[in-house]
Design a protein around this ligand. Structure first.
Ligand code: GLA
Ligand code: ZN
Length: 618
């Protein structure tokens, strides 16, 4: 049975209410709640005085209605006494002097004291609940890296970074060579001379920045290992962590190896785009190539946007169905009941402030009834998109166009084009093989894994590569292209390049379309042909899109419409036509209408009608 429920905070409500809450939950069809992830100050009111009575009684009330528990370790919000007692645990802003603002996620991943306190409190939770059959999973901490908390500039981090570098480079000579520190007289003669790259007006060494991002991501994962080791020693319940939407500061691929299943928090972070939410679902499923959980589902209104708009309840129903269609084995709404106190007082929930049911709760109940026994299958392997988290970090160092955002400007448009053509999308990471897919896209992978290139050389399907791919080496230096596998694959040599102030046009003779951000001057080598040419911009008349065998190379950044045209040039057949979306599993297909009006979707000869927000298995 799939998991449906909500985030529940018994500590926010009087004891007398808990049984009533549990009854209402059971009435709604809830079978799982997450609790505990901000409960440190409740369980340990004063240093050392640990008391689980409140959580015990709440769990008892919930379980009396058959509701099981995902238990959060409470480290994302250290209690006030701890911060007063150990101010050294605070993360430091870029000026290395100002501890971060209060709230939550204030701690530094490398603080030895915070690690000790983490061990102590997580052990207490696991000693108490490790063998409790009512706990069906653990969530370690909460949203590592949220509120910009991945990077810290404290002394502990500087020291740990130097150790990390010693391990990676062995000698200073090697580091100096790899980073090109001869530039601007940076050559280091002592490890102590190396400092975290403080944000500021001058561009720091790009290799240093990339390594600091790697180190910071590794620090979060190393901190997670503390939770993992303690939980795994005493509990058989699976471990997860709630990952975030559009979030790239931590290498989620590495983190995913340290959890038993992926879960994530499905919020609309910017302008609403149903494909962007779907992309995040597909990415989350791809991390372990397995079903995942939506640990927090936005109920409607949130509190953290500049405008916290309301949504129709049907929108919530759509979001939950979309999650399950893309491979979620459950969904928990954040939060069960709206709370009039604290930083999130404007946040929506299933129950209103006064404890009465909202329309959302009714729609939620209907929706999960429908999805309760939906057996989750992996989508069939059709299109694959290559992602390397390190490329997001490279993209944030100096590059050709500061307006270019890898996720939104390169990965998302390709994703949208595949989805518009009706194809399922999986994401592939360095070390994985594309062989069972029909199409592979490599959107602006600044650094491209050499083994992956070798895989591509054997790949029989169609390959689409966009500008700046393989431009950098593993140290974030420009790769001086020689005759190598990438050149063999693409049949091109990039002679020169530049950022673009605005869109330019390229043409295939038949089709004219827009590209943006950067343009590369391409020299076409043996076996490679020109598909389109720039008709304006700095390289007017020169090749913009080329093909060698099954490999298309685009020397600029195409928008969604342009990618669709390139697909047509490559004779890719449309599997579906229309604004609605199609997913194809082994034993069923799903069609989805994310919009508040009815739509038709054409799949080959079939025509399907969908009502507003409808999600149908066909
Ligand atoms: C995040 C957090 C939750 C809560 C919600 C509010 O996802 O994990 O604790 O703050 O945002 O939308
Ligand atoms: Zn630190």
């Amino acid at each position: 049975m799939n998991w449906f429920g909500a985030a529940y905070y018994p500590e926010h409500w009087p004891r007398e209410r808990w049984r009533e809450d549990a009854r209402v939950m059971a009435y709604l069809g809830i079978n799982v709640v997450r609790i505990g992830e901000f409960s440190w100050g409740v369980v340990e009111k004063r240093p050392g005085q640990i008391d689980f009575t409140l959580l015990d009684e709440a769990i008892e009330a919930l379980y009396s209605e058959g509701i099981r528990i995902i238990m959060g370790t409470p480290t994302a919000a250290p209690p006030s006494w701890l911060l007063k007692k150990y101010p050294g645990v605070l993360r430091m802003d870029g000026d290395r002097r100002t501890p971060v603002a209060a709230g939550r996620r204030q701690y530094c991943f490398n603080s030895p004291r915070y690690r000790i306190e983490t061990e102590r409190i997580v052990s207490a939770y696991v000693d108490h609940y490790g063998k409790d059959h009512r706990i069906i999973a653990w969530q370690a901490d909460n949203e590592y890296g949220c509120h910009g908390s991945t990077l810290c500039y404290c002394r502990n981090c500087a020291g740990a970074f130097r150790e990390w570098l010693r391990e990676r480079y062995g000698t200073l000579d090697n580091l100096n060579q790899s980073w090109g520190t001869v530039f601007w007289s940076h050559t280091y003669g002592d490890w102590e001379e190396i400092n975290p790259p403080k944000p500021g007006p001058v561009s720091p060494n790009p290799s240093l920045v990339l390594d600091y991002r790697r180190f910071s991501s590794d620090s979060a994962i190393e901190y997670h290992d503390i939770h993992k080791e303690i939980i795994k020693k005493s509990s058989k319940a699976p471990l997860t962590h709630n990952l975030m939407v559009n979030f790239t500061d931590i290498d989620y691929r590495k983190l995913a190896r340290k959890i038993d299943f992926v879960s994530w928090d499905n919020y609309v972070a910017g302008e609403y785009d149903p494909d962007l939410q779907a992309l995040n679902h597909d990415l989350m499923r791809s991390l372990k190539k397995a079903p995942f959980l939506v640990m927090e589902q936005q109920p409607g209104r949130v509190n953290w946007r500049s405008v916290n708009n309301a949504y129709p309840s049907e929108q919530l129903a759509f979001w939950i169905k979309q999650s399950v269609a893309h491979g979620a084995f459950g969904s928990l709404v954040f939060r069960y009941r709206q709370f009039p106190f604290g930083a999130e007082q404007f946040h929506g929930g299933l129950l209103n402030y006064d404890g009465t049911m909202t329309e959302r709760a009714r729609v939620f109940a209907e929706t999960i009834k429908e999805l309760r026994n939906w057996k989750i299958e992996d989508p069939q392997k059709e299109a694959a998109i290559y992602i390397d988290y390190e490329n997001f970090w490279i993209g944030e160092t100096d590059n050709l166009n500061g307006n270019f955002r890898l996720l939104f400007d390169s990965i998302l448009p390709i994703y949208k084009a595949f989805r518009n053509f009706g194809y399922n999308v999986d994401f592939l990471f360095p070390g994985e093989s594309p062989q069972s897919y029909s199409f592979v896209a490599i959107p602006s992978a600044f650094k491209l894994d050499e083994d992956f290139v070798r895989e591509l050389l054997k790949f029989k399907g169609k390959i689409f590569i966009t500008a700046m791919t393989a431009q950098k080496d593993q140290n974030n230096n420009i790769r001086v292209q020689k005759a190598d596998d990438f050149q063999l694959l693409t049949g091109i040599h990039v002679v020169d390049f530049g950022g673009l102030e605005g869109p330019i046009k390229v043409s295939s003779g038949k089709n004219v379309f827009d590209c943006d951000f950067v343009a590369e001057e391409i020299e076409v080598l043996d076996g490679c042909q020109t598909v389109t040419r720039y008709i304006d911009g700095p390289f007017k008349g020169k090749p913009a899109v080329t093909v060698k065998g099954n490999c298309y190379y685009v020397g600029t950044i195409p928008d969604v419409e342009s990618i669709k045209r390139i697909f047509l040039e490559a004779s890719i057949e449309r599997k579906a036509e229309g604004l609605a979306r199609l997913l194809s599993m082994r034993s069923y297909r799903v069609i989805l209408n994310p919009y508040p009006y009815s739509l038709r979707l054409k799949i080959g000869e079939e025509i399907h009608s969908l009502k507003q927000y409808e999600v149908k298995r066909i």
